[in-house]
Design a protein around this ligand. Sequence first.
Ligand SMILES: C[S@@+](CC[C@H](N)C(=O)[O-])C[C@H]1O[C@@H](n2cnc3c(N)ncnc32)[C@H](O)[C@@H]1O
Length: 263
Amino acid sequence: MSLVNILHMNAGDGESSYANNSLIQENGIRQAVPFLKHMIKGLANHVVFSDRFTFADLGCSSGTNTLLVASNIIDTVQEVCDENDRKVPQFQVCLNDLFGNDFNTIFKLLPDFYAKLKKEKGESFGPCFVSAVPGSFYGRIFPDQSLHLVHSANSNHWLSQVPQGLESNGSNICMARASPPDVYQAYRNQFHTDFTKFLQMRSDEVVRGGSMILTFLARGVADPSNDDCCALLELLGQSLVDMMKEVHIVFSDPNLNSDTKII
Ligand SMILES: C[S@@+](CC[C@H](N)C(=O)[O-])C[C@H]1O[C@@H](n2cnc3c(N)ncnc32)[C@H](O)[C@@H]1O
C-alpha cells in the first residue's frame, strides 16, 4: 500500500497524541510569526484580496497547532488591513494533510475557534470558512490560481516514499553516521525530486503575486552525518534493533497466514 494512504500522526488528544506532543513544532510556528507579518504586508501591496483571502496550511496535522496557524494568519491579515484602511476580507482556510490524518479532532475544535473569532473581532468580522483537503501535497490538491497564501510548518521533510538504493544502509533506519555515501545521495535525490514536485504543484495553485511560507527544522551544519542531525534518530534506530533482537517487535505480513510472523 502506498505510504500516503497509511501515514498519520497519532490521533486524538490523549497522552501520546500528536496534539499533546508537539511543543517543539509550536515554538517553530510562533518564531515564524514576524516573517509571516512581513510577507502578508507584501501581499497586501501586490495582490487584490479585498473580498476573500484564501490560504492553505499543508501538513496541518491535528491539534492546537493547526488552529494556531490559522489564527496567526487571520490576525495578521486583519492587522495589515487595519493599517491600510482596508475592509477585512472573508477567510477561506484550507487544512491539508494525508488521508489518514485525524481531521475529526480539528473539526471538534472549530465551534470554540469560531466563537473566539466572533468574541475578539466582533459579529461583522469575516466570516471565516474552514475546510479539510485530504491528499498529498506532492500532487495537485487545489484548483488553478486559487490560493493567496500557502503555509506549511514542520512537514516538508516528509518524503513521498522511502528512497531507492538503501540496500547498503545495514540496520540504520535513516541516514546515520555509519551510512555509506550512496545512502546520503539517495536521500538527497529523493528530497530533490519531492521538493521540486511540491514547488511545481504550488506554482499552479497560487495566484499571481501570492506567497508561500515554509518552516522546518534544519541542520546547523552542512555535513549530514553530524551529530546535529543523526544522533537522536540513531538512538531510536538502535533501540528498535535491540527490541527486535529481544523479539519485542514483530512485523506481520498480511499476505502470510496468521501463524507466520517475520522477526
Ligand atoms: C510533524 S507534523 C507537522 C504538523 C503541523 N504542521 C505542526 O507544525 O505542528 C507533519 C505533518 O505533515 C503531514 N504530511 C507528511 N507528508 C505529507 C504529504 N505528502 N502531504 C500532506 N501532508 C503530509 C503528516 O501527516 C503530518 O501531519
